[in-house]
Write a protein that binds this ligand. Structure first.
Ligand SMILES: Nc1ncnc2c1ncn2[C@@H]1O[C@H](COP(=O)(O)OP(=O)(O)OP(=O)(O)O)[C@@H](O)[C@H]1O
Ligand SMILES: [Mg+2]
Length: 272
């Protein structure tokens, strides 16, 4: 699924296949398959924890975190929203997923054991945009902390955007945190370039990157219509200003007309 102008690619499977062609990016993409009973069982066996999600989903809707705990009376768990259900067999689990799925195609992806802060998982959004010179440039980095008890970090699922340095500083020190942020920007940049090779008309990429407990970065998802307004949550306004300026130049958001109420209303309804 590509929109008319070719700037938005909704299909997560197509994007995964596209970036896998660049080995330096592919090394950071968790194993991803089309979800069916067989791939579900196989991946759970192999990884113990996976995420299943709609091929064309948004806002974390329909995303489920599935775990296999051998030795447990009901070894399979499915975490969606605030709810965790348990099942005795893969077949029972698959039956439950199929009902939730309602015939939409789903992916199964190796789960990343995301770092936590105060018991809440977080991942990182790296914004990469075409700059006025026509080159890809990482313009913003922000962490998203999941709502307590949730497996997804999306803002529209109750996630909280915070400065990454606030989360990594205490773990790595200021210098370590800033080095880690630099590596995340570089990985975001490489992913944007890899995706643009397959889809030359895209001009913004929001890379969702998870850090596992060993601080290895994993590319969870590449959004081609990332929300530029997310960066307004940073205290330092310079990032937000730059992201917005580029988005405007790319024609992705309207020019500011603060007195126009309808425009302001539309903007606050924007997403992702
Ligand atoms: N493999 C994974 N390992 C760990 N966490 C994951 C994984 N896949 C998804 N998640 C969590 O679920 C969230 C939502 O998943 P994802 O970004 O793939 O779908 P989406 O947000 O619904 O789609 P879009 O970003 O296009 O709106 C991620 O931001 C992340 O917090
Ligand atoms: Mg996402």
């Amino acid at each position: 699924m590509i929109n008319r102008k070719g700037m938005h690619i909704a299909n997560k499977w197509a994007k995964t296949v596209a970036v896998a062609r660049d080995p330096s990016v592919a090394a950071h993409v968790p194993d991803t398959r089309r979800m069916n009973r067989k791939s579900l069982a196989k991946m759970l066996d192999r990884y113990g924890m996976i995420y299943v999600k709609p091929v064309s989903g948004t806002f974390g809707r329909g995303v489920m975190r599935i775990e296999r705990s051998p030795g447990h009376r009901l070894p399979y768990s499915c975490h969606a929203g605030l709810d965790i259900k348990r099942f005795a067999s893969v077949d029972k689990l698959y039956g439950h997923i199929s009902r939730t799925q309602r015939r939409r195609p789903y992916l199964a992806q190796r789960g990343v054991h995301l770092l936590k802060t105060n018991g809440r998982r977080f991942d990182i959004r790296v914004m990469v945009q075409k700059n006025p010179a026509g080159a890809w440039e990482p313009t913003g980095v922000i962490a998203r902390v999941a709502q307590r008890g949730k497996a997804v970090t999306n803002y529209h699922a109750g996630g909280t955007p915070v400065a990454l340095s606030r989360l990594l500083g205490p773990k790595l020190g200021a210098a370590g945190a800033s080095r880690a942020e630099g590596r995340l920007r570089a990985l975001g940049l490489r992913s944007a370039r890899a995706l643009a090779r397959a889809y030359p008309r895209i001009n913004m990429v929001g890379a969702d990157i998870g850090l596992d407990t060993r601080l290895r970065p994993w590319i969870i998802e590449l959004n081609t219509s990332p929300d530029p307004y997310l960066f307004r949550h940073l205290k330092d306004k310079s990032t937000h200003r730059k992201v917005m300026r580029y988005a405007r130049l790319l024609g992705r958001i309207p020019a500011p007309r603060t007195k126009d109420r309808t425009l302001v209303a539309k903007r606050t309804r924007r997403k992702r």
